[in-house]
Design a protein. Structure first.
Length: 296
């Protein structure tokens, strides 16, 4: 896979389809790599006449790591957020949106359909806010406006995410990934267990960077709430959220759709907080009509 320099960073990406077709940019969530967007999902969108680009966000996968920025002191940062302070962190979600704009520039894409999941949905929202002229449409999946009035993750989701692998050995990290998916994955779109095990192992072998995950995590925790800015979004917007999402409860999706003028909300029964192959098959059936309707 190639990489390009975006916002001064080397960003790894992969394209599907013809570069002459309208572009669809897929922005992954916290700690997710480009391979977490299933190739079959990308190929299905591309076969409908789109150039699909999946990429590794900064600090993850094969994109550039920012180790020189150190490992964030998470308890101190979270305490600062709780007190209403503005803690110093390695970078913000707005910086990651600049990365995406830089990716469009590097690939000579003037405008694109922007699709983001979870943290990637937050970055996609920022693209629609600050780079409106580059966004053909917005699709925000299992994401949030960041409003403080929204319900938090469930106790089960919080508990598993506060845990860590038993060790940094490959099989312990894979076992932890399986445990996380058991809790926050989609009960109505479950992975085949063997396929999920193989996928997690492939992700870990491709790149395992806990410090990069923490830097991304702090960017999410300290991100500005977008409740006022979303009211100015002009991109045609589709909001997709799972009714069974324990990490980002469905009220967050409902709130996002309410804040963005004219946004369409799709609540999906049985959908949690993952990108299983069966779920992505369902998502493609929601996303394709949206981007086809708003392709220039």
């Amino acid at each position: 896979m190639p990489n390009v320099i975006c916002n001064g960073l080397a960003i790894e990406y992969e394209g599907f389809g013809s570069t002459s077709d309208p572009a669809v940019i897929l922005i992954a969530g916290l700690g997710f790599q480009l391979i977490d967007w299933p190739a079959a999902f990308c190929q299905k969108i591309a076969s409908a006449g789109f150039y699909v680009v999946r990429f590794d966000n900064r600090d993850i996968g094969l994109s550039q790591k920012l180790e020189e920025k150190g490992v964030p002191d998470l308890p101190e940062i979270l305490e600062g957020v709780r007190k209403g302070a503005n803690p110093q962190i390695p970078y913000h979600l707005t910086d990651m949106a600049v990365d995406v704009a830089g990716l469009l520039d590097a690939l000579s894409i003037p405008k694109a359909h922007i699709v983001g999941m979870s943290m990637g949905g937050m970055i996609a929202q920022l693209m629609a806010i600050f780079y409106a002229d580059r966004v053909l449409s917005l699709t925000s999946i299992m994401s949030s406006s960041g409003a403080k009035y929204l319900p938090p993750p469930t106790a089960a989701a919080n508990t598993v995410l506060m845990k860590a692998p038993a060790s940094q050995d490959l099989e312990d990290v894979v076992a932890f990934g399986l445990e996380v998916n058991d809790v926050i994955g989609s009960p109505g779109f479950r992975w085949d267990r063997a396929a999920l095990t193989d996928h997690i192992r492939a992700c870990v072998q491709r790149c395992y960077c806990p410090s990069g995950y923490l830097r991304q995590y702090t960017a999410v925790q300290v991100s500005n709430r977008r409740t006022e800015e979303l009211a100015g979004v002009t991109a045609p917007t589709l909001v997709i959220h799972g009714k069974d999402d324990l990490l980002v409860p469905h009220e967050a999706g409902e709130d996002t759709a309410r804040l963005i003028p004219g946004a369409r909300l799709e609540l999906v029964a049985g959908m949690g907080h993952d990108l299983s192959p069966d779920l992505c098959e369902h998502l493609s059936g929601l996303i394709l009509p949206h981007i086809q309707k708003f392709t220039a």
